[in-house]
Write a protein that binds this ligand. Structure first.
Ligand SMILES: *Cc1c(COP(=O)(O)O)cnc(C)c1O
Length: 392
């Protein structure tokens, strides 16, 4: 029996066309394009999240992630959520209220770490460098001595500035001063040399959509034995049910107890993305990212453009280029998007309007993409510089 006083307004019927998104080339700070076979994996029919075949796939994803990160950490798994969810998981599981967390801020994502740590009631201390710079061991040690933190949190590949933080010796400093080292590897995993165990990193996270050639939706997470110890000694429960690694590990570990319904297709995609990385070889993938970035840098320099970051500290995955005086940077990137289907990013925070951010990540790090972009900079950019643009 229907209730005559309620009726459904069906005006949406036929009002919407089926989805038709364009094929963009995503050369910004992320997401990057997914590899075609990753997209095929995503389109497979889902299987149950407790199906023995799925359980096997979970173990493969974990094993491949350990390889990508060069770690033996038992607690290595993709969080259901983007990189920020995995970021939050590193903090939520280890911070106890009142713990001092020292955040080394040299760009936008360092600020996010500080914001999140405060929400878990850490006593947050920061040291800061101007955007475009990095920390020396001496600066980090002075701050460790001054603040005596339980955790030092920092960003390896700062996507807002294009700087790669040198990591040699940082892990030893943290052991010497008895604190955990937490590292954001969102824009380095898969594209930039990264050795979680050798660098003595206790906690790290990443995302699926940058160096791994997968769409956004998963946040790889890893936790080493020292961080596990801190988590095990907590007085209270982890204050975030969804990201509680001790609960999640009952599903990802040997018990296979239901926690939340895994985004199974995203994990199909992740397995394929990581398989492709292993097939290429991690060192080969790193070398490819470096080669292509170097040819982008020299091509841009030949056009008279300059990079924000000195060559030895530049990220191969994300290049920051100064917008020349008199050029409307936003108009040029909109032109690239609308006329050529290519996305490049703009600056964040203090760098807004000052730089473009060009990503060559994962599947997108190819000589063809570099050539295509350099050609457009050469032929189209002159139309966007002040005098010429005014005349046009
Ligand atoms: C993209 C990014 C994040 C956040 O990841 P999401 O997947 O956008 O949540 C965190 N840190 C860095 C350095 C990033 O580049």
């Amino acid at each position: 029996m229907t209730n005559a006083s309620f009726s459904v307004d069906n005006r949406h019927r036929e009002a919407f066309a089926p989805i038709a998104t364009p094929d963009r080339l995503l050369l910004g700070p992320g997401p990057s394009n997914a590899h075609p076979t990753v997209l095929e994996a995503l389109a497979r029919t889902p299987i149950g999240h407790l199906d023995p075949l799925y359980v096997e796939l979970m173990s493969e994803v974990q094993e491949l992630l350990r390889y990508a990160w060069q770690t033996d950490n038992r607690l290595t798994l993709p969080m259901s959520g983007t990189g920020s969810a995995a970021m939050e998981a590193t903090l939520a599981n280890t911070i106890e209220p009142g713990d001092t967390v020292l955040v080394a801020v040299k760009g936008y994502f360092g600020l996010r770490l500080a914001d999140m740590a405060g929400r878990y009631r850490a006593e947050v201390k920061t040291i800061e460098k101007p955007w475009g710079e990095w920390f020396s061991l001496e600066e980090l040690e002075a701050a460790l001595i001054e603040h005596r933190p339980a955790i030092l949190a920092m960003v390896h590949a700062e996507t807002s500035t294009g700087v790669c933080q040198p990591m040699e010796g940082v892990g030893d400093l943290c052991r010497k001063h008895n604190c955990l080292l937490l590292l954001d590897t969102v824009t380095s995993l898969g594209g930039v040399p990264l050795y979680i165990d050798e660098w003595k990193v206790d906690l790290a996270y990443s995302c699926s959509q940058k160096g791994l050639s997968c769409p956004p939706g998963l946040g790889p997470f890893t936790m080493g034995p020292r961080a596990e110890e801190k988590m095990a000694a907590r007085k209270d429960k982890v204050p975030n049910w969804y990201l509680d690694v001790s609960l999640l590990n009952k599903y990802w570990g040997s018990d296979r107890v239901y926690h939340h319904t895994a985004p199974v297709n995203m994990n199909f995609g992740m397995r394929e993305a990581l398989r492709l990385l292993a097939d290429e070889g991690l060192d080969q993938a790193w070398a490819r990212h470096r080669r292509n970035a170097e040819s982008l840098w020299s091509g841009l320099e030949q056009l008279g453009l300059s990079m924000l970051v000195p060559a030895d500290r530049r990220l191969p995955t994300l290049t920051t280029v100064r917008i020349p005086e008199g050029v409307d940077g936003k108009a040029f990137s909109l032109h690239l998007l609308n006329q050529h289907g290519i996305e490049v990013g703009g600056g964040l925070g203090v760098l807004a309007g000052k730089i473009w951010r060009i990503g060559l990540m994962g599947y997108n790090s190819t000589p063809d993409n570099v050539d295509r972009l350099l050609n457009l900079f050469e032929t189209e950019l002159p139309r966007f510089s002040g005098s010429l643009a005014a005349a046009a």
